[in-house]
Design a protein around this ligand. Structure first.
Ligand SMILES: [Zn+2]
Ligand SMILES: [Zn+2]
Length: 261
């Protein structure tokens, strides 16, 4: 469990690279006025460090285990047919299936009292920026990574391709939490943007809209797309929650937690 020097270095580099990539965007296109070192910045830095140093490895190990288990499914014909299609078609289908699973997996995180215990931790963020994207309970993170990668694992994509998808989705998740107003304009129904996800975190009506990660098409199709053209005023939860990192890790495991959904 004790991180090695190279793991610490990798984590520090990842933090520095993301900071260098997203801070200029947040300063140039700020969605709301908030200091860089806003409240709970250090707590979210702990979530970041925990994710990189402690939780990523078991999540990847679980996905690799799942990959070998799913490889034994008797669906070789389906996989061969899929693999014979042009790469662009495979890519679009993989994105669509992954978005579908991510969307319903996320709705379930809000609907199921058990899943909400863990997903609630993500919604305790009261200030959104690139760093707040990392505020996740490790078991919530395990659920999300499994759900979004499941179609690719079932269809037999090479691990390198799945890893590439995962990195892209991870970066997109950081982007949609960032405190910036960037939007794809007329393509806003096809490509997500921070404003949509900030509404997912809003105190007023949050948790009932904008469940998609990459493309809002699923929200449009299933009636949960919400974009009033401005950022929400208040972010977070109205109910009490553990403020410390360790408290947030333990709280969902305790009996009788509040629910929302
Ligand atoms: Zn979020
Ligand atoms: Zn959510």
């Amino acid at each position: 469990m004790i991180p090695t020097a190279s793991e610490l270095l990798h984590t520090a580099w990842s933090f520095a690279i993301l900071l260098a990539a997203f801070l200029p965007l947040e300063l140039l296109f700020a969605a709301r006025r908030q200091p860089v070192l806003r409240p709970a910045f250090l707590t979210d830095a702990l979530y970041f460090a925990g994710q990189y140093l402690l939780w990523n490895a078991p999540v990847v190990a679980f996905l690799l285990w799942l990959h070998t288990r799913l490889a034994t499914l008797p669906i070789d014909g389906l996989r061969q047919t899929f693999a014979s299609w042009p790469w662009a078609v495979q890519f679009l289908i993989a994105i669509a299936l992954s978005d579908f699973c991510t969307y319903w997996g996320h709705r379930w995180q809000h609907h199921s009292p058990f899943l909400w215990r863990f997903h609630r931790v993500h919604h305790t963020a009261e200030h959104l920026d690139w760093l707040a994207a990392h505020r996740e309970h490790p078991l919530d993170n395990l659920w999300t990574r499994t759900v979004e990668n499941l179609p690719l694992l079932v269809l037999g994509f090479p691990l390198a391709t799945i890893a590439g998808f995962a990195v892209f989705r991870g970066l997109w998740a950081v982007f949609i939490h960032s405190n910036c107003t960037l939007s794809p304009g007329p393509l806003r129904v096809l490509l997500g943007a921070p404003r949509l996800h900030h509404w997912h975190h809003a105190i007023e009506g949050g948790g009932r809209v904008n469940f998609a990660n990459l493309s809002p098409l699923m929200d449009v199709m299933f009636g949960t797309w919400h974009d009033p053209g401005r950022m929400p005023d208040r972010i977070g939860l109205t109910e009490p929650y553990a403020r410390s990192y360790l408290g947030a890790l333990v709280e969902p495991l305790l009996p009788k937690r509040p629910r929302r959904g």
